[in-house]
Design a protein around this ligand. Structure first.
Ligand SMILES: Nc1nc2c(ncn2[C@@H]2O[C@H](COP(=O)(O)OP(=O)(O)O)[C@@H](O)[C@H]2O)c(=O)[nH]1
Ligand SMILES: [Mg+2]
Length: 298
């Protein structure tokens, strides 16, 4: 199965080299597409340089910060036009642990969309504050109840879609950008009658860099859910509702942990980290080798 992992980035230069190392350590056969929104910290140049050294790494540059939702749409269109069989959504900040990737790849053989779920047995959010846990879980309960979705984690952004799904759901009319984007995609996929499976993930908070979560993103999700429910009550809509196909998968054994070497920058250098330095010499920030694709013996 030809697979693409789409990673939207905005100021993730600190995370990306070790994340790519982790991804290729667990799933060496996949390709990666980084969709960078002209990050001021030089993430785009860094990935550009890495892509010259490794054919599995691809980069899409956009002129400015255009939002997570549109970054994924651009990535999905790339996956469709390059005939990938499946495409992942994955964050750059290590909240989505590459160790879970093999479980997704095995689950996508029997499902059209696999969602990494924090809210099923085996899933968790171990280092979240009580407040963040409350916002996320109540948001999920609200979306599930109002839109009548069977999916436990409909805001989660660690996912794998089959290409046929991306081709069928009308990517051009997707409007949402933040957490609402994940809810909207889930709703569209289920309403087209595709099979959705949830696999448990342990979601850890970002180690480096800053979250781009904001109050307006939470508000967008709230209004999307209400608006969509109201529209579904209009005459003509109820009849289009299909039977949802949804499965909750048990935790599968994780592969042995492979620790990615951290970039060898001292605390001092990290504090004085200058974006221009990356732009001038990106290779300096990649002090370790990325695992190679295994040689095929035909
Ligand atoms: N291309 C692009 N990536 C973004 C944008 N906003 C956030 N991201 C990336 O989306 C992922 C999730 O964002 P993050 O800040 O971790 O959100 P949080 O996990 O909800 O706190 C990270 O890889 C970010 O770099 C954006 O406007 N454009
Ligand atoms: Mg994050």
């Amino acid at each position: 199965m030809k697979t693409l992992i789409i990673i939207p980035t905005y100021n993730e230069a600190e995370n990306l080299p070790s994340l790519l190392h982790g991804i290729f350590a667990y799933v060496p056969e996949t390709d990666v597409l980084v969709v960078d929104d002209h990050s001021p910290d030089g993430t785009g140049q860094l990935v550009e340089e890495m892509s010259k050294q490794d054919g599995r790494i691809h980069c899409m540059h956009r002129p400015g910060k255009l939002g997570l939702g549109t970054a994924y749409i651009a990535g999905f269109k790339y996956a469709i036009s390059h005939r990938y069989d499946a495409a992942f959504e994955m964050d750059a900040d290590f909240s989505h642990d590459p160790q879970h990737l093999p479980a997704f790849l095995s689950a996508i053989k029997d499902a059209d969309l696999v969602i990494g779920s924090r809210y099923i047995p085996g899933g968790s959010t171990p280092n979240w504050s009580l407040l963040r846990r409350l916002i996320s879980s109540s948001g999920n309960i609200f979306a599930r109840a109002v839109l009548r979705l069977p999916v436990r984690d409909c805001t989660g952004g660690f996912r794998c879609y089959r290409r046929e799904v991306l081709e069928a759901i009308g990517l051009d009319s997707v409007q949402s950008r933040g957490y609402a984007f994940q809810v909207e995609m889930t709703y569209r996929v289920l309403n087209k009658g595709f099979t959705v499976a949830e696999t448990p993930i342990i979601f850890v908070d970002r180690r480096l860099g800053q979250s781009k979560m904001s109050r307006s993103i939470v508000l967008e999700a709230f209004t999307y859910v209400l608006r969509t429910r109201l529209i579904s009550l209009l005459p003509g809509h109820a009849s289009t509702r299909v039977r949802y196909v949804h499965r909750i998968l048990p935790p599968s054994p994780l592969p042995p942990r492979i620790d990615a070497p951290r970039p060898q920058i001292s605390m001092q250098a990290e504090r004085e980290f200058q974006p221009e330095q990356i732009a001038a010499n990106p290779r300096k920030t990649v002090p370790f080798a990325i695992p190679r694709r295994p040689t095929r013996h035909l």
